[in-house]
Design a binder for this molecule. Structure first.
Ligand code: HEM
Length: 518
């Protein structure tokens, strides 16, 4: 019999017989429950799982354990087969819905289409969308500061940017918002009705349904009809969007020379190598990339702007850096290059700091396909009264990667880990962000893009989009908070920003904007 140490790990009492601690985890705002348990129990916490789905769940921010999970041979720790199956029913057999050799093959093709060289060819699309947002905002901001929902603006610019660099089609979401409402409602339905925050009973039915424990589809439909209907409608709407993209491109013809993600995938797949995608796999990437690359960017961007409203001095210092850069590169009509964005230390410091404290995905799940031993970065005092330097875990252990707490660990970030302090990224000596202590990640030691076999393949283009949108808005507008509005992240698989006490479907980030005379 394989040793299993999970029962020895300390953690909270269960909150409910049906949902253990899992509903509390999903229902708390801004990952508060996960961070509070991490504070009390440390980097590995034993939670009680949903009845019938998993007895225990480990909540982990410990860097050594995470390094092991992310560094294990491909697929040993991965999304559960059930999770993959529900992605498959929503999106088709795209990258986030497959595992093992299929996943490796798809990742290789997708990664080849998103290298720094390929991204260089996509910057024009990103900047065109961003410029358009800036003009439209200038028209909206005549006179004294006016209140705008910057999540809505962020969603529209991110949609225009993504559909152009990924598929070569334009939605005109900034100019004609009414035309994309139903697409935005599809995202809202997927996040609000199918994932994360809901009532305890519905959460129980949903989780047991996804885990395949439920006796019948009729049972789910009766227990949570909204979940059921939204899943079917969303999947249909995403596949319609895919059809529209393919038809629009076909009508335009001459795609071979285009430099967008979809054309690059198609080209790579025509070459007869073992790393090619079948037609249905290419088709499935459309809905998947649309979902993975849209709300993630817009939420991150709108929460960044919210931070600028909270910290006016930081906002002004960032604006001064942008203005100085503009003078350096030739003034009003000059266009920033990727090197220009990358060579602005304060822009990148503030962006990383805002992302560190506002991860759009604060937690994600993993399950192991074979038994494993997780090393720990500090000894854990087990319920057996002994110290443990590692934990043996049997096959099918469920783990929550505690991204929010990983981004705030004092042993990694220092005693001021909870504070918004962009200066930490500017230090050259006595670095507060020692890479060797973190779980091996792509962007400045923060875990927002995750690590390991499912590291976000879009992270480079996401950073470029964020840099571009930020420069345009912070240079052109003064950003002020709306008095009394406190924005939090509600967990729906990914975060939806909402104002405390005002649960608007789809979320909102209200801010005051004033156009600057430049
Ligand atoms: C700030 C923006 C973004 C953040 C924070 C982000 C974060 C993440 C994270 C954490 C994952 C792993 C999820 C998991 O397996 O549990 C992921 C996966 C993924 N992301 Fe992103 N992402 C962002 C933008 C983008 C963009 C712009 C694209 C598309 C160009 C993209 C495409 C993908 C895809 C296709 C996957 C699935 C990868 C796989 O399963 O192997 N993401 N992203």
């Amino acid at each position: 019999r394989i040793r299993d140490d999970v029962a020895l790990v300390p953690g909270p009492e269960r909150d409910s017989l049906l949902t253990g601690n899992m509903h509390t985890l999903a229902a708390s705002s801004s990952d508060a429950a996960a961070m509070a348990w991490d504070q009390v129990y440390g980097g590995v916490v034993k939670l009680h799982g949903v009845l019938g789905v998993s007895r225990h769940v480990l909540l982990i921010s410990d860097p050594a354990a995470l390094r092991r999970i992310f560094g294990s041979s491909s697929g040993q720790w991965d999304l559960s087969s059930r999770n993959l199956a529900s992605f498959r029913s929503l999106f088709g057999p795209g990258i986030a819905a497959v595992e093992g050799a299929d996943h490796l093959r798809q990742r290789r093709v997708v990664a080849q289409a998103l290298t720094p060289v390929q991204i260089r060819g996509m910057i024009d699309f990103v900047q065109a969308a961003s410029r358009n947002m800036r003009y439209a905002l200038q028209k909206a901001c005549v006179g004294p500061p006016i209140q705008l929902d910057m999540l809505d603006w962020a969603r529209r610019v991110a949609l225009d940017s993504l559909t152009m660099f990924a598929f070569g089609v334009s939605l005109h979401a900034v100019d004609e918002p009414e035309k994309i409402q139903d697409l935005l409602h599809t995202f809202d339905a997927m996040l609000e009705d199918c994932l994360g925050k809901t009532t305890r009973l519905k959460y129980f039915f949903r989780e047991t349904a996804v885990a395949g424990i439920h006796p019948s589809l009729l049972g789910i439909a009766l227990a949570d009809p909204k979940f059921f209907v939204s899943m079917i409608r969303s999947s249909r709407r995403l596949s319609q969007f895919g059809e529209w993209v393919l038809k629009t491109r076909e009508e335009r013809g001459s795609l071979s020379s285009e430099n967008n993600l979809l054309s690059l995938l198609e080209r790579a797949s025509k070459e007869d190598t073992k790393y090619k995608l079948a037609d249905d796999e290419i088709r499935a990437q459309i809905g998947m990339v649309l979902f993975a690359g849209h709300d993630t960017v817009s939420t991150t961007f709108s929460l960044f702007l919210n931070d600028m409203g909270i910290y006016p001095d930081i906002q002004q210092r960032l604006r001064s850096e942008i203005e100085a850069k503009r003078v350096e590169i030739g003034g009003e009509d000059a266009i920033f290059t990727q090197e220009d964005y990358d060579s602005m230390p304060y822009l990148n410091a503030v962006l990383k700091e805002s992302m560190r404290l506002n991860p759009v995905l604060g937690q994600t799940f993993r399950t192991n396909r074979v038994a494993d031993v997780l090393p720990l970065s500090e000894p854990l005092l087990g319920l057996d009264g002994k110290f443990h330097n590692q934990l043996s875990v049997s096959k099918d252990t469920v783990v929550v990667i505690n991204i929010a707490s990983s981004n705030r660990r004092k042993d990694v970030w220092g005693d001021d880990a909870e504070l918004f302090n962009p200066e930490r990224w500017l230090k050259t000596e006595d670095k507060t962000v020692p890479l060797e202590k973190t779980p091996g990640i792509v962007y400045g030691s923060i875990l927002n893009f995750l690590a390991g076999n499912r590291t976000c393949p879009g992270w480079r283009i996401a950073v470029l989009e964020l840099q571009t949108f930020i420069v345009d808005v912070v240079e052109g507008f003064r950003i002020l908070p709306v008095p009394g509005d406190v924005v939090v992240r509600e967990f729906h698989g990914v975060s939806i920003p909402k104002v405390t006490g005002r649960p608007v479907r789809g979320g909102e980030v209200p801010l005051m904007l004033e156009a600057l005379n430049i």
